[in-house]
Design a protein around this ligand. Structure first.
Ligand SMILES: Cc1ncc(C[n+]2csc(CCOP(=O)(O)OP(=O)(O)O)c2C)c(N)n1
Ligand SMILES: [Mg+2]
Length: 816
């Protein structure tokens, strides 16, 4: 006889309790049945890959009970039972995502852009504005990288502390209710070996944010057991030092067996209360979980688990244990009343049978919804091909293609388009109306289908950042020349004044106002909640920013030097850059990353790896202002819109003099627009950032020898020159040279491709387009190290002069 208190938080009548337990059991069994049938779908070829939540069902039921509307989850691919328990994942959703159904209304997590098991809810309305996030469950979109969910979790939790502590944010009641929201993280035991886990864990302890991290511990990471993953083979043992005590803030840590339903319910309810009320982070180490289907459909666990382990997993399977508990549960009250959850096993067998039927019919419905449109589309193409074949001299080949297409039992769009496109090859020497109809159909079909896979890399709304028009800085008549950092600082002051949801943080950003004093005095004026220092932990600074931005705040996360941005590469590349794309615009994180780069000193502070950023960070704007007024204008533009961006300030530009504008916080620098900073007729030079100062110097020397250069500041690398102004310049000069401080083949190769291929400048070039870049190695330290590593004024002069010499060797005689 078990004497138990089934629900710690509220007293339920036994009938209610029984109903809740049996409903939980039904969800667990449904989830398991989906996994089993899902695996079969992959093995029989209907889906490509499957990763499931088998063996982790019961603790997720407990987590779902205390997950409230307004709360956030940042988890991983094992959480299907949790998603079902909060009502955001039906068996039909399960199969739609397994088949990769490319419609966001059918597969609401990513419209099939991600593998199954990657969840999300919708934060945004059709017009891109926030839904009432406090009235819904919030699931931040998952990514596949192990522990990649951790940095973002920090920001999701920190947002609650901001909403609780910053008075001006109290009115934003559709984003938060007094910061009562908890951010729930889930992670596999092996993934806790990753750096982002430890970094985030420490940061959350420092920040004291309402975060509950659950570790689903099945003792393995694919085939590698805990022995090779975790010191002492026990992550909560290792993390014991984080436990809070009477004298020190820290974590509350719980350890629980993952098959023990009642204990799990009890512990999750305690954890939620601590995090929600006290804003203290909590760790729940859920041990003794299993993986009955192995890691994924890519292999079987019999290969690496011995018989003893496999037998243990069968016995301690959390659903098996929950089932036993339900059957054996008996309760006696003080009046001698006798209560049972089920009269006999048959009741559970009935549930299990019903579930099997439901899952089977959900599978059929999902498959039909997925395949039916494609069968119809194939029909349309077959009809067109028949009409064309009837008139074509190549009927025999077209009939063969038709037979090929008709033979697919389950045609995919790839099969349909491949046949359609191939047919045009046979028809290339014929012209008649039916062929035109076929061509139009193929082009139209292709455009419609392409969008399903390629839309929403950036905002597609009228408010998108590239639509923000330029407002030029204005100046008093007697405007003084000031250190450029003052322009930046005074503009940030205006921003903080105007927009209460703006927060600025990073290493040394708080008390001293950043290492270059661009935030000097602003913490004092706006308080520690809005302008603040962080630990030295780049990936979680970015994660903090992503999470804060996903909850409706406007963070500016500072990375002290561009060279150190790469510590945060995965958070930027895998999470931030893909968020809008992978949710088809249903979630956004308009994070502004502020950093400083280009020329300073040596290997670690030169910050010119633009080519790497351009290639890795598609989905984020990459802005390279040449001075601080331009930089300030970019911040203003970005805050008038809502998309993520990186702004690279010039490391050696803070003490140069600039005029102080009088419309601070107002003027904007347009995104995707170049600026011609010197007119000329002989050659177009495209450059950006602090290199431009050298180009301007060299241009003076060049004018002495009768070379009149046109200088264009790219300003914005992603996107670059949307108006094709560089092309217009080349139409005049017929020559092009691209100059930057990146490695050869870095950003200069990207700019060359944009100008010569995309803008089709090759039509107008009379000379070979060339580049002047830094050397392939990292820049050496010191004045001479710089001179021999990066383009100098001499290099620029000679590079440009060489082009002119080749064009007119008589006028421009060889220098050497
Ligand atoms: C950064 C990264 N490295 C490796 C992988 C490949 N991978 C996917 S899941 C996994 C094991 C994760 O194990 P664990 O964290 O214990 O979670 P479980 O699958 O056991 O629930 C690995 C190595 C990945 N997705 N991301
Ligand atoms: Mg594991």
């Amino acid at each position: 006889m078990i004497k138990t208190s089934p629900k710690a938080s509220k007293k339920l009548s036994f009938d209610e309790f029984k109903k809740e337990v049996l409903s939980d059991y039904r969800i667990a069994v449904t989830s398991r049945e989906c996994s089993a049938i899902g695996r079969r779908e992959v093995l029989t070829g209907k889906a490509k890959f499957g990763i499931f939540g088998g063996g982790k069902e019961v603790p997720q039921l407990a987590m779902a009970k205390v997950f409230k509307k307004g709360d956030w989850r940042s988890g991983y691919y094992r959480d299907q039972t949790f998603m079902m328990a909060i009502g955001e994942y039906s068996p039909q959703h399960f199969f739609s995502s397994l088949y990769a159904h490319p419609d966001i209304n059918v597969e609401p997590y990513s419209a099939g852009r991600q593998m199954n098991g990657h969840f999300a809810t919708h934060s945004l309305k059709e017009d891109g504005t926030w839904k009432d996030l406090t009235a819904q469950y919030n699931v931040s979109s998952d990514i596949s990288t192990t522990s990649g969910q951790m940095p973002r979790l920090l920001g999701l939790a920190e947002a609650s502390t901001k909403f609780r502590k910053i008075k001006a944010l109290k009115s934003k009641t559709s984003l938060s209710k007094n910061g009562d929201e908890v951010a729930w993280g889930t992670i596999g035991n092996a993934s806790t070996s990753e750096g982002p886990f430890f970094e985030t864990f420490n940061a959350a302890g420092v920040l004291q944010v309402p975060m509950v991290i659950s570790i689903w511990d099945d003792n393995y990471g694919i085939s590698v057991p805990a022995k090779y993953q975790t010191t002492k083979e026990n992550i909560s043992e290792v993390l014991k030092g984080f436990q809070r005590d009477d004298n020190n803030k820290g974590y509350e840590i719980f350890v629980v067996e993952g098959w023990n339903y009642t204990q799990l319910v009890d512990i999750y309810s305690k954890a939620a209360k601590i995090a929600r009320e006290e804003h203290v982070p909590v760790l729940i180490h859920v041990r003794e979980l299993t993986q009955p289907f192995g890691h994924s459909t890519s292999g079987s666990h019999e290969r690496y688990k011995n018989k003893e382990r496999l037998d243990w997993e069968k016995e301690f399977d959390c659903i098996v244990k929950m089932r036993e508990w339900i059957i054996h549960f008996e309760l006696e009250d003080q009046e001698g009343g006798h209560f049972k959850l089920v009269e006999n096993e048959q009741e559970l067998l009935t549930i299990e049978k019903e579930v099997k039927k439901e899952v089977a019919s959900a599978r059929r419905a999902a498959w039909n919804a997925y395949i039916q449109p494609m069968i119809e589309e194939r029909g349309a193409l077959l009809d067109l091909l028949s009409e064309v074949a009837a008139k074509s001299e190549h009927k025999i080949f077209l009939d063969k293609l038709k037979r090929e297409l008709a033979a697919f039992d389950e045609p995919l769009r790839k099969n349909i388009l491949a046949i359609g496109r191939k047919s045009l090859i046979y028809l290339r020497d014929e012209n008649f109306e039916e062929k035109e109809n076929l061509q139009k159909w193929i082009q139209n079909y292709r455009a419609i289908q392409q969008r399903k896979y390629s839309s929403h890399l950036h905002s597609e709304l009228p408010s998108k950042a590239t639509n923000i028009k330029e407002i030029e800085p204005t100046y008093d008549e007697e405007a003084e020349l000031v250190d450029a950092r003052i322009v930046l600082r005074d503009n940030f002051e205006k921003i903080l004044d105007q927009q209460e949801e703006v927060l600025i943080f990073g290493e040394d950003s708080g008390m001293i106002g950043d290492v270059n004093q661009g935030l000097e005095g602003l913490q004092k004026k706006f308080g520690e909640e809005r302008v603040y220092d962080t630990g030295i932990r780049e990936i979680s600074i970015i994660g903090q920013g992503i999470g804060l931005a996903m909850r409706g705040l406007r963070p500016i996360a500072e990375i002290q030097y561009l060279d150190y941005l790469f510590y945060a590469t995965t958070a930027i590349m895998d999470d931030l850059a893909t968020l809008h794309y992978r949710t088809v615009g249903k979630q956004k994180a308009p994070l502004i990353i502020r950093t400083r780069g280009h020329r300073l000193e040596g290997i670690w502070h030169s910050g010119s790896q633009m080519g790497a950023m351009i290639n890795l960070f598609r989905g984020i704007y990459l802005l390279v202002p040449r001075n601080m007024t331009k930089a300030a204008g970019f911040y203003n533009t970005l805050l008038k819109s809502d998309e993520p961006a990186i702004v690279v300030e010039n490391l050696n530009g803070y003490r140069l003099k600039e005029q102080a504008p009088n419309n601070l916080g107002q003027f904007t620098t347009p995104i995707g627009v170049v600026e011609t900073i010197k007119d000329g007729i002989d050659i177009t030079i495209v450059s950006y950032g602090s290199t431009l100062r050298l180009v301007e110097e060299a241009s003076k020397d060049l004018s002495q020898v009768d070379v009149d250069v046109e200088i264009i500041d790219a300003q914005s690398l992603l996107p670059f020159d949307l108006n094709h102004d560089v092309l217009t310049s080349i139409q005049k000069t017929n020559r092009l040279i691209i100059i930057d401080e990146d490695v050869p083949g870095g950003a200069s190769a990207y700019l060359m491709d944009q100008i010569v291929n995309k803008q089709k400048a090759y039509y107008y070039l009379d000379s070979q387009p060339t580049t002047i870049t830094a050397k392939a190695h990292r820049p050496a330290y010191g004045t001479d190290g710089d001179y021999f590593s990066k383009p100098s004024i001499n290099d620029i002069f000679e590079g440009v002069y060489q082009v002119m010499h080749e064009a007119d060797p008589v006028k421009y005689e060889s220098l050497y």
